[in-house]
Design a protein around this ligand. Structure first.
Ligand code: ADP
Length: 197
């Protein structure tokens, strides 16, 4: 099972991805998490990516495609994976198709979380509050200014992916404005159709 989850920051992709990991026994590949780990470890990629990430911009296609291409070769990806936060540009989506084609495989589903933009900022602010309450560390890009830049990057560079995947008949959608449980149920129904197909 190879799935892409699409949707703006705060749409709930990460929350649902974690549940799918348990349900299907596949791994979650979040390019945001991988890049944050590279920043924390101060690897050459992390050092390059830090400033643009903190400001809410997109890291170069070359860097993220390189990371994903290495990662999906790992043995734990053999049963499948959920991509969360990748692809984020049409160039990344084309690179992903090529990578999978070279391995003789393809995506099983692309699911877009459809949400009203108005709710996203407050979801981010809630995440910050919950993280602080739990004694955790808040992401550097979880502040109103960087969040605005993230939304703009989403609108201009990532939103066109819906059309890209719809054009090849691969796009499914779920209503991300519902409760976590209701989104989970809708997502299960969508994926059940994919598995059965
Ligand atoms: P969000 O919650 O905004 O969706 P992520 O954790 O997915 O955030 O990503 C955080 C940051 O990491 C992005 O704002 C961007 O700088 C960088 N990033 C993550 N994935 C990609 C990608 N596929 N292409 C370019 N930059 C990326």
């Amino acid at each position: 099972m190879k799935i892409v989850l699409l949707g703006p920051p705060g749409a709930g992709k990460g929350t649902q991805a974690q549940r799918l990991v348990e349900k299907y026994g596949i791994v979650q590949l979040s390019t945001g998490d991988m890049l944050r780990a590279a920043v924390a470890a101060q690897t050459p990629i992390g050092l390059k990516a830090k400033a643009v990430m903190d400001a809410g911009g997109l890291v170069s296609d070359e860097i993220v495609v390189g990371i994903v291409s290495d990662r999906i070769e790992e043995p734990d990806c053999a049963r499948g994976f959920i991509l969360d936060g990748f692809p984020r540009t049409v160039a990344q989506a084309e690179a992903l198709d090529r990578l999978l084609q070279e391995k003789g495989t393809a995506l099983d589903a692309v699911v877009e979380f459809v949400v009203d933009e108005g709710i996203l900022l407050s979801r981010m602010e809630n995440r910050v509050k919950e993280t602080l309450a739990a004694g955790g560390e808040v992401r550097k890009d979880d502040n109103p200014e960087a969040f605005k830049t993230r939304l703009e990057a989403y609108r201009s560079q990532t939103a066109p992916l819906s059309e890209f995947y719809a054009a090849s008949g691969r796009l499914k959608t779920v209503d991300g404005m519902q409760s976590i449980e209701a989104v989970a149920a809708e997502l299960d129904a969508v994926l059940a159709g994919v598995v059965a197909a």
